[in-house]
Structures are given as structure tokens and as C-alpha cells.
Design a protein around this ligand. Structure first.
Ligand SMILES: [Zn+2]
Ligand SMILES: [Zn+2]
Length: 408
């Protein structure tokens, strides 16, 4: 269970409560659906009980998700679930502990009263330490890491000063006996933040029909004009989708991202390049020299082991997956992993496909990828008992690994 956020419905004002991973919110009173959007991080405040005090909010980095890494000759992953202080201020707690679980957070809005202390630590350092990935003496060399998160946000802890002592505004208790210098506090304060959350009504930008999606969907679909939309830059942007038409009719279709990316620091334009680079025991055929390389990942959240297995399996079998325009079915499995997050995994997929890890892993720090385009691909899976089989590639997965077991 994630943290809960209190938010009034922007249409009727009724109080609603949502999970920190929710993107699509339907008001239980007026039934209006809104998509929540923010330009970078979602920012939340914890409620304070300090009457008539000048509140200073201290930032905490909230991350829940998986850190994937390439270290030595292995590829691994670790689950990280933290709220870690984002500044150096003597006496304040390193973590928020249970507070966010017990309390209901609110979004920071331009109306939130108080001042905000600057997030001055480096988020990547915090995540590295949390994932236990700091390279110390004796540790294997870390070549690459990627954070694929469920939640990345900032939570603010309310503080106030009484005399020279710093108080925790949630508990109304002094948190440090060390006197705080007012100047230090004043210097690092960011005033009048313009952070806000935008509520986008979930109407199809093309035809005005109501879009379909789940609470944690990041792509919404229109069953009227058969289009798909991702909230990317404060508005809904159309997403191209394809599938395998004849097979999509009877099977369960799961969404995947097919990402074409331009690589620097390596020769990787075609599928043939990929076969050679990763030392696959396959004959490079002429068609492969003309087939543009793409990386495949699930477009839904799934356990890291399965995520890697599916990504590797589909990326290696892309030749056999000729896709075309399809009609959107009803009850599609929701897209819960944004394309931008999926693209974070490209180097990890490359590493996991490589047969000779020692040829590829040490090169990763000098390699970079820029996404050219990405397409949502609905791939049919046939259910046989507890297994789901992608018949063209023979890739199987256990039905129960689909996190929410939705409608299957
Ligand atoms: Zn409402
Ligand atoms: Zn439409």
C-alpha cells in the first residue's frame, strides 16, 4: 500500500482520497474523471498542527521502485522504498519513517502557506546509497544503473522555530537541541513556489469522447475514434499503437513499448548489428541488415525478473513480430509504465541480451541512447492453465505475475 493523498474534486469540491500512484481520479460524487499532471515531481506536504507559527517545509525524496544495475559481470536489481531528507540541516530526521503512512498528505499548491527549504542534496546520490550501490573498496565495478520507479516525488515535513530550537510541526515537539542559525534557514528558503498539479479532464482531444483508463494508467484510450493518449507535456499527446490483427481477436493482449533509439558509442542501427554486438549464435541474414533495431519492454509494471525476461525475449525475437494497425479492443490491459520510464531500461536490456557480458558491460558508461520514436504494441497471449503464451515467440509468463491479476 502506498501513501494516501487528500484532494478536493476540482469540479464539485467534494473531498476525495487517492493513492500516491494514481493518475486518473474519478470523483465519487460528481463522477467526473481527471488526469493528474505535473511538470516534474509531484510535491506533497504533511499536515501540521502548529497554530500561528511560521512554517518551513523540509524536502524529502520519495522513491519506490526498482534499481537495475550492471556490476562486475552481472545484471541485478534491488527494490527501494524510501523517504530520505533532501538537505543537510542538523537534527532533522533522515527519513520520514511512518509519518506518510499514518497521515494524509496534500499536494503543494501556490496557496500552501509557509516557506520551502531547498532540495540541496543530489537525488542520484540518495538513490545510490539507498540501493546499496555505492562503490567502495573491494566492491565490483558498477558500470550502469537505472531507476525504474513506481513513485518519485517530494514530500515536505513542516518545521518551525521557537527561539533557536527547531520543532517538528507534525508532532509539535522539538527535534533538535542544536540551536539553528536563522540566517542559514533564511538563505536556503525558496519562496513563492509555482509548483502545482494540473487536472486534465479526460476527454479525447480528437473527438471529445470520454477516455478510458484505470487509476494508475498512463495511457488513456478513446473507444470512439480509436486513439491512445499519453499525458506528456501537460496535455494529452497521441500515442501510436499496433498489434497483430488476426490474433488479437481471441487472445489477451498485453501492451509493450517498441522503442527505436539512436545509440552513441557503438554501432547499433540494424537488427544485424545487434546480433553481432551481443554475439548471438545465429546466422545474420540479409533482411536483418535492413531491419531497424528496436528495444522492447513491457508497458506495464511487473516484477523485475519478469520485466527483464520479457524485454530480452521480445527484443531478441523482434524479427518475427510484424505488427500492423489494429482496432482497439475493449477491456485492454492498462498501460502503467510510461514510455519515458521504459526507455531508462535500454542499456540494461542490451546488457542482458549480451552473451559475453565482459564485452558489453565495461562499455556501458561510454554508450548513450536517444529515443527516436516509440510505439505501443499490443501482443496476443493465449491462456493455458496458469501460463500465458505468446505463440509467435514462445515466450511464456505465469498469469499470476501480472501484478493486479486484472480481468484475466
Ligand atoms: Zn466531484
Ligand atoms: Zn476520440
Amino acid at each position: 500500500m502506498g501513501f494516501r493523498v487528500e484532494q478536493d474534486c476540482p469540479q464539485c469540491g467534494a473531498p476525495t482520497e487517492l493513492d500516491e500512484t494514481d493518475h486518473l481520479v474519478q470523483c465519487p460524487y460528481c463522477n467526473i474523471k481527471n488526469f493528474l499532471f505535473t511538470s516534474n515531481y509531484f510535491r506533497h506536504v504533511l499536515p501540521h498542527r502548529a497554530q500561528n507559527k511560521e512554517i518551513f517545509y523540509a524536502p524529502y525524496l520519495r522513491f519506490k521502485g526498482n534499481v537495475y544495475f550492471c556490476m562486475g559481470r552481472t545484471i541485478g536489481h534491488r527494490f527501494v522504498d524510501i523517504t530520505h531528507t533532501g538537505l543537510s540541516l542538523k537534527g532533522i530526521p533522515i527519513s520520514l519513517g511512518l509519518r506518510p503512512q499514518v497521515l494524509r498528505m496534500k499536494f503543494v499548491t501556490p496557496e500552501t502557506e509557509g516557506s520551502f527549504l531547498k532540495f540541496s542534496l543530489k537525488a542520484t546520490d540518495i538513490l545510490m546509497r539507498a540501493g546499496n550501490l555505492s562503490s567502495g573498496p573491494g566492491s565490483r565495478q558498477l558500470f550502469h544503473r537505472a531507476y525504474i520507479g513506481e513513485t518519485l516525488s517530494l514530500i515536505y515535513l513542516p518545521l518551525y522555530l521557537q527561539g533557536t530550537r527547531l520543532y517538528d510541526g507534525v508532532l509539535n515537539r522539538p527535534i533538535s537541541n542544536v540551536p539553528v542559525e536563522h540566517d542559514v534557514m533564511a538563505e536556503s528558503i525558496v519562496r513563492n513556489p509555482r509548483w502545482k498539479v494540473t487536472f486534465l479532464p479526460t476527454l479525447c482531444p480528437q473527438c471529445g469522447w470520454s477516455l478510458d483508463g484505470e487509476r494508475d494508467s498512463v495511457v488513456l484510450t478513446c473507444s470512439n475514434c480509436e486513439t491512445a493518449w499519453e499525458a506528456a507535456t501537460g496535455k494529452f499527446m497521441q500515442v501510436n499503437y499496433e498489434g497483430i490483427p488476426e490474433e488479437c481477436e481471441q487472445s489477451v493482449c498485453l501492451p509493450f513499448w517498441r522503442i527505436r533509439a539512436f545509440g552513441r558509442g557503438l554501432e547499433l542501427n540494424t537488427f544485424a548489428d545487434f546480433i553481432r554486438l551481443t554475439n548471438q549464435p545465429r546466422v545474420v541474414r540479409k533482411e536483418m541488415e535492413n531491419q531497424e533495431m528496436s528495444f522492447w519492454t513491457p508497458a506495464f509494471k511487473i516484477r523485475p525478473r519478469v520485466f527483464l525476461r520479457l524485454s530480452k525475449g521480445l527484443t531478441l525475437s523482434q524479427e518475427g513480430l510484424q505488427t500492423h494497425k489494429v482496432r482497439l479492443k475493449e477491456n485492454l490491459y492498462p498501460v502503467t509504465l510510461p514510455q519515458s520510464e521504459a526507455a531508462q531500461s535500454i542499456k540494461i536490456i542490451l546488457a542482458s541480451c549480451a552473451l559475453s557480458k565482459k564485452n558489453i558491460l565495461p562499455r556501458l558508461p561510454r554508450i548513450s541512447f536517444t529515443v527516436k520514436d516509440s510505439t505501443l504494441i499490443y501482443l496476443p497471449f493465449t491462456i493455458k492453465g496458469h501460463e500465458m503464451i505468446q505463440e509467435r515467440t514462445n515466450i511464456t509468463m505465469n498469469k499470476n505475475t501480472l501484478e493486479f491479476g486484472r480481468r484475466l
